[in-house]
Design a binder for this molecule. Structure first.
Ligand code: ADP
Ligand code: MG
Ligand code: ZN
Length: 521
């Protein structure tokens, strides 16, 4: 999994924090996200032994409060129960590097089709263990997906990583998540992270600078007076920033446009705030309804929107203030309450994402949902979980979801077994060919499901798959690997994870006690 020639980037890392060079030999790049680059490094311990580490170099535009919170999640909740820990942290100016123990891991797509049913069970059990731990600390991870849950198949080791989007529950034990919780969203300035330890590696216990809390406060009061003081204001509009809320939202400055264009794509579903169908308008508003009729409403009159139950969004609705709700995460893994912008999101959103991973493991389809925007993502969920169920659940969190066509909920076993059968029908070719063919066939099958509009069909070859040798790794032996007798408990658990309603969705602790896992207790 170690990337090829990354020598320029490694030099940049050394140049950013020169002390790294004195301690580590950085041998390659293992991960690259929008907000970080992760490298493999080796350090000689006092005992003379060589030890591998993962060095996460955060982009300098990351908000200091975010960085501090990510670190605190790792230091407080990490190191146990499949949650990644942290060894050291380095900082120089606006560069921060988090040093973690290295866990060599398999790429999810590479192993997806060869895992035995028992391995899938163990994978899910270990994921729930990690989720139980972080949820106990009041951490909502918000980005649960395979690339953030490292899996070493051979050693049966697992590690949940990447708290870069984490948020706190109202009673979180992570102090720095409370800071993020209470602040209003806004554009964030550059780094003003104050540490007391300079760049000296410190043992785990004291990794978080004692002044961090204060420095976060100082940062805020400072930035409110003089935003963009760092002299890099030019970067603000155009650069990708991980906001203090952790939202990987590139539309902080163009949010309204984003909303509008998303709504244009609505074909069968539409979400509105149930409570705000009638709005009082102060100014006269000109609106145009779907049949082209223009209506004018008086200055003080109550304004009823024109688009209810229509397949277009009216001007009144387009003019509504954007509802601010956390929307972090990766589209295909977002829970319905995230997609509909429910403001009170809980640890249940991580359980939904775990359910999507389970759905991939049971069906052999990855990515399971491939919609490019939230509306289509919701429509895809609806085709699997049913339109009535979706409407009902959304009502609970104050949203009205309209669907022009009644879509029945699918039987999960039938769905997964059907998709899995497609996989077994393709076996010849290189590893990457096989994966492409399988994905294409599955997509064709799933497109037949009513309401599944696939804007951008993704037939994604895995990023790191090697074309050679491995072609048998993806082959499936249904009989031997236990896939011929998947118990009902598996689909019952899947159903409980993909509960449309966050209030009744199964928790991590409950999932661990689910009869599906009885042989692992
Ligand atoms: P990002 O916020 O950019 O997504 P992550 O923390 O998820 O960063 O790390 C990106 C990738 O780097 C991971 O998907 C994984 O492949 C690799 N990685 C991260 N931490 C470790 C680690 N401790 N050991 C091995 N690989 C790691
Ligand atoms: Mg990640
Ligand atoms: Zn309307």
């Amino acid at each position: 999994m170690v990337g090829g020639d990354a020598s320029d980037e490694i030099e940049y890392l050394y140049a950013s924090i020169p002390q790294i060079r004195n301690i580590f030999s950085v041998t390659g790049k293992i991960g690259e996200g929008t907000f970080s680059s992760v490298y493999l490094a080796i350090a000689r311990l006092r005992s003379g032994e060589d030890c591998k580490f993962a060095l996460k170099h955060l982009v300098p535009t990351s908000h200091p409060a975010r960085i501090a919170a990510e670190l605190q999640c790792l230091t407080v909740a990490g190191g146990e129960d499949n949650v990644m820990g942290v060894k050291y942290c380095f900082r120089k100016n606006d560069h921060v590097v988090i040093v973690m123990p290295y866990l060599e891991h398999d790429c999810f797509v590479d192993v997806l089709h060869s895992l035995s049913f028992q391995e899938v069970k163990e994978y899910m059990y270990n994921l729930f263990k990690a989720l139980k731990r972080i949820h106990h600390f009041g951490i909502v991870h918000r980005d649960i997906k395979p690339s953030n849950f490292l899996y070493n198949r051979l050693l049966k080791k697992y590690a949940l990583v990447d708290f870069g989007l984490a948020q706190g529950t109202p009673d979180t034990q992570i102090e720095l998540l409370k800071v993020l919780h209470t602040k209003k969203q806004g554009s964030c300035s550059q780094s003003h992270l104050h540490t007391n330890s300079g760049n000296i590696p410190v043992p785990r216990e004291v990794v978080l600078p004692s002044s961090t809390k204060q420095s976060v406060k100082r940062y805020w009061s400072h930035s409110q007076i003089n935003p963009g003081k760092s002299g890099k204001e030019g970067l603000l509009g155009g650069s990708l920033q991980r906001s203090v809320f952790g939202e990987r939202n590139f539309n902080v400055h163009g949010a309204v446009i984003h909303e509008v264009s998303a709504e244009k794509n609505i074909k069968q579903s539409k979400i509105t705030e149930a409570a705000s169908r009638k709005v009082a308008a102060r100014k006269p508003v000109t609106t145009k309804n779907t049949s082209g009729v223009v209506s004018r409403k008086g200055a003080t009159g109550s304004l009823t929107c024109d688009c209810y139950a229509r397949d277009q969004v009216c001007a009144i609705c387009l003019a509504r203030a954007r509802q601010v709700a956390p929307r972090a995460g990766t589209p295909g893994f977002r829970a319905p309450e995230v997609l509909t912008k429910c403001p009170n999101q809980t640890t249940a959103i991580d359980m939904w994402s775990a359910g999507i991973i389970f759905l991939s493991l049971l069906s052999g389809r990855y990515h399971f949902f491939n919609a490019g925007d939230d509306m289509n993502a919701l429509a895809q969920i609806m085709t699997i979980r049913g339109s009535r169920e979706t409407v009902q659940a959304a009502k609970q969190f104050g949203k009205a979801v309209l669907c022009s066509k009644e879509l029945p909920a699918k039987d999960l076993r039938e769905l997964c077994e059907g998709l899995r059968r497609v996989c077994t029908s393709v076996t010849s070719g290189t590893e990457s060919d096989v994966q492409k063919q399988r994905a294409a066939l599955q997509t064709r099958m799933i497109e037949k499901l009513d309401g599944w509009f696939v804007g951008e069909t993704s037939v994604t070859p895995p990023a790191n798959s090697s074309e050679s040798a491995m072609s048998s790794a993806g082959s499936m032996d249904i009989g031997q690997s236990g896939w011929d007798r998947v118990p009902d408990e598996a689909y019952h658990l899947l159903d409980r994870l993909l509960d449309m309603s966050p209030t009744t969705r199964i928790t991590a602790e409950e999932a661990l006690s689910h009869p599906f896992f009885k042989d692992l207790w």
